[in-house]
Ligand binder design. Structure first.
Ligand code: TXA
Ligand code: MG
Length: 346
């Protein structure tokens, strides 16, 4: 199968790209679409044959459920039940963060199949904030299932070319909407009533942070699963060995921990690229990649994370990636989560 990239630089191109994407979805085909987080691999959520293609193309196990994207805030009611006891909080979260990188896990409506939810009685829903995605889903006007557009276990793509590199020949169309502004997958939460305030459990850390969510309830982070076999069905996306580059990656907790091997070539994945962090001058690195060169802020590091990691992975003169830890706060939590899962164990 030939994979075509549809550009969206001009209005004429965008109209054509939107038309092609909507046609593809209606015909039951897959199409890779830009979102503000990462590129998604989209299918008509109500067409089981199309949804099945997602699992085949990604080589993704069926127990790992998909996120359903809705075209309108109210359309959440088409796919999910909103229990009365958490309704106020859900409405507040939607009003505050949608369209945007917050995914809500709620009881599913029967219209959403077992295939989409991996057999769970809940569904993960979000409204994405990207102008091109928005036009496509509005014209399609039904729910769209879209996981990240990568092969299972590999890094999420934050550009059309990154999708091409992994899925060329497997899908007919990639809509190029430019680089993803957030660069990390959405924050996934579930909400339960609590004794004093509602309890907001973060199932996957992402761009919407603890500080932002705290206004709406008590925020807790779900435990990480150590392996596929013991995965809790509630948060299958928290599997280990995810987001892996092809090269080995090691995550340090201190500069002293690094013991280089003779003749091996190492790249440092640095947070701010500043000597005061202690990692930069601790070794003569063959290459240094800086995640947050401008502001030294974790949000910038988040936006650039997959892009920088992909660049390092493609460098022939490097054998191994050595990463500094990120601050365990804000978007840094999400980056650390990915680094831990990408890192060589043991
Ligand atoms: O930003 C994003 O969320 C991107 C863009 C494309 O929207 N999508 C994304 O999808 O990251 P994916 O498939 O790579 O991750 C979806 C994860 C699953 O691995 C699973 O952990 C979680 O969402 N999930 C889906 N349905 C769930 C459910 N019913 N309960 C708990 N977790 C669920
Ligand atoms: Mg993914």
């Amino acid at each position: 199968m030939e994979t075509v990239i549809a550009r969206t630089q001009s209005e004429v191109d965008t109209n054509e790209a939107v038309r092609s994407a909507v046609n593809a979805l209606q015909a039951g085909d897959l199409v890779a679409l830009p979102t503000e987080t990462v590129y998604g691999l989209a299918a008509d959520a109500l067409n089981p044959a199309s949804v099945e293609k997602i699992f085949a193309v990604k080589e993704r196990p069926h127990f790992d459920p998909l996120i359903v994207h809705v075209h309108h805030k109210d359309a959440i009611r088409d796919v999910a039940e909103i229990p009365e006891e958490i309704k106020k909080t859900i409405v507040q979260l939607i009003e505050t963060f949608w369209p945007g990188p917050l995914t809500l896990v709620l009881p599913r409506k029967p219209i959403i199949s077992d295939l989409v939810t991996g057999g769970l009685d809940t569904v993960a829903v979000r409204q994405c904030d990207h102008p091109v995605f928005h036009r496509i889903i509005r014209n399609f006007s039904g729910p769209v299932a879209a996981p990240s557009a990568n092969l299972f276990g590999r890094m999420s793509p934050t550009s059309a070319q990154a999708v091409m590199d992994q899925l060329e020949g497997r899908i007919p169309l990639i809509v190029d909407g430019g680089a993803c502004s957030r660069g990390l997958e959405s924050t996934i939460v579930k909400v339960e009533p609590g004794p004093a305030k509602p309890i907001i459990t973060v199932l996957r850390p992402g761009p919407i942070t603890e500080v932002e969510l705290k206004k709406f309830g008590k925020v807790v982070f779900a435990e990480r699963n150590e392996d596929v076999e013991n995965a809790s069905p509630e948060a299958p996306g928290m599997l280990e060995n995810h987001y892996a580059p092809n090269k080995p990656l090691r995550l340090l907790t201190s500069p002293e921990e690094f013991s280089p091997e003779e003749g091996r070539r190492y790249a440092l994945l640095s947070y701010r690229g500043q000597p005061r962090d202690g990692y930069l001058d601790s070794y003569e690195w063959d290459h240094v990649a800086v995640l947050s060169p401008g502001s030294g802020r974790v949000a910038e590091a988040g936006t650039r994370f997959f892009h920088v990691l992909r660049e390092l992975d493609g460098m022939e003169e490097i054998d191994e990636i050595i990463s500094e830890p990120m601050p365990d706060r804000g978007v840094g939590k999400a980056i650390l989560d990915k680094l831990r899962k990408a890192a060589v164990k043991g």
